[in-house]
Design a protein around this ligand. Structure first.
Ligand code: HEC
Length: 135
């Protein structure tokens, strides 16, 4: 039946328009607070890498060691200092206290923890956490 086909076509078009609009509007996350992952990728990945293991090129450029955060994340004493390091900066590490709220710093740290292998596995993380080359 002609009419039925037409109705079906309109329906399909309407759905696809709806779906694309939905996808487009949802992605930039208007008004909602960005997730730790989004914040990390925006502010940290350039130096620390999407996997938090450190960007070697950046380390060379800055002439510093960028340590593998996924290994440090399993050392409780090390993560205790992170909120302060991220807020105030440390050596070549820039301060983020003007860019990130306290809660955002926490969610970024939480995200880094999701990148770290489960802490149950004992790989003596303290012994070799300086994997990145400096020069
Ligand atoms: C311009 C490059 C750069 C950016 C961007 C950057 N960092 Fe860093 N980060 C560094 C460097 C370099 C160090 C090592 C500082 C030092 O010499 O101890 C560091 C150290 C750290 C440390 C301490 C690790 C350690 O060695 O004990 C943490 C945690 C950290 N960064 C998290 C972050 C987070 C989270 C962000 C994003 C909000 C971020 N960094 C953005 C360069 C950067």
């Amino acid at each position: 039946m002609k009419l039925k086909e037409l109705v079906l076509l309109i329906l399909v078009l309407a759905i696809s328009v709806f779906v694309t609009r939905f996808l487009v509007t949802v992605e930039p996350a208007h008004g909602t607070t960005p997730t730790g992952k989004e914040l990390y990728q925006k502010h940290c990945a350039s130096c620390h890498g999407a996997d938090a293991k450190g960007v070697e090129k950046m380390a060379k450029m800055l002439k510093v060691t960028i340590r593998d955060l996924t290994k440090l994340a399993n050392i409780p004493d090390s993560t205790k200092t992170w909120p302060k390091i991220i807020a105030d900066g440390k050596a070549k590490m820039p301060a983020f206290n003007k860019k990130l709220k306290e809660a955002e710093v926490s969610s970024v740290i939480a995200y880094i923890h999701t990148l770290a292998p489960a802490s149950g596995k004992s790989e003596t993380p303290a012994a070799k956490d300086t994997t990145k080359v400096t020069k």
